[in-house]
Design a protein around this ligand. Structure first.
Ligand code: HEC
Length: 159
């Protein structure tokens, strides 16, 4: 091959290497500038315990934290007499294990059961049932009720 051609061929090769180098730089630069992908959720949301549900959905509030003059709800210890199917019926329909329809009687428990507690899943109902049967005590209820006297005025409890 004449010398002139060899120079040309070498020049073409150098050019191709330079272009490849620039392209590599561009790719690296773009990769460095682009935002990192959002982190995928790796663990499912924490399950809510029966104890937290009993507070959040208002069982403890209506039954032990509200003055009886406002709301005369019986002690939550009553749930110990309820089987899980009876308890599920109570929370979904407002019908007691004795067959009393609290909604038909115009009781707030009947309304809260049908309009609010009916949204609980089977698992959530089972968690609340388990907690009220095994974790809830008369002492815990007394502790909640003792707070009522400490509420700030005005409350009709105080003169
Ligand atoms: C808005 C207030 C309110 C909320 C919230 C509430 N209750 Fe009640 N509950 C009452 C009242 C008032 C009664 C009494 C109604 C009656 O006897 O007619 C009652 C009655 C009951 C009874 C007695 C049923 C029977 O056999 O006579 C049970 C058991 C009970 N509630 C459990 C619960 C549980 C468990 C929750 C939470 C998942 C809950 N309640 C949430 C107000 C409430």
């Amino acid at each position: 091959m004449p010398n002139g051609e060899r120079v040309l061929a070498d020049g073409g090769l150098t050019m191709r290497i330079a272009i490849a180098f620039l392209a590599a730089c561009l790719v690296l630069c773009l990769a460095a500038c682009s935002k990192p992908a959002p982190e995928a959720r790796t663990s499912p949301p924490e399950p809510i315990t029966g104890e937290r549900l009993a507070y959040i959905v208002g069982c403890v509030n209506c039954h032990h934290q509200t003055p009886k003059e406002i709301l005369n709800a019986p002690p939550l210890l009553m749930v110990q007499a309820y089987s899980l199917p009876e308890f599920t019926t109570l929370l979904r329909t407002g019908v007691t294990r004795a067959g009393r329809d609290m909604y038909a009687q115009g009781s707030v428990m009947g309304i809260v059961a049908r309009e609010q507690l009916a949204h609980l899943t089977d698992g959530e109902i089972a968690s609340i049932h388990h907690y009220l049967q095994t974790g809830w005590t008369a002492e815990r209820a007394a502790l909640e009720e003792a707070k009522i006297a400490t509420f700030p005025p005005p409350t009709f409890m105080k003169p």
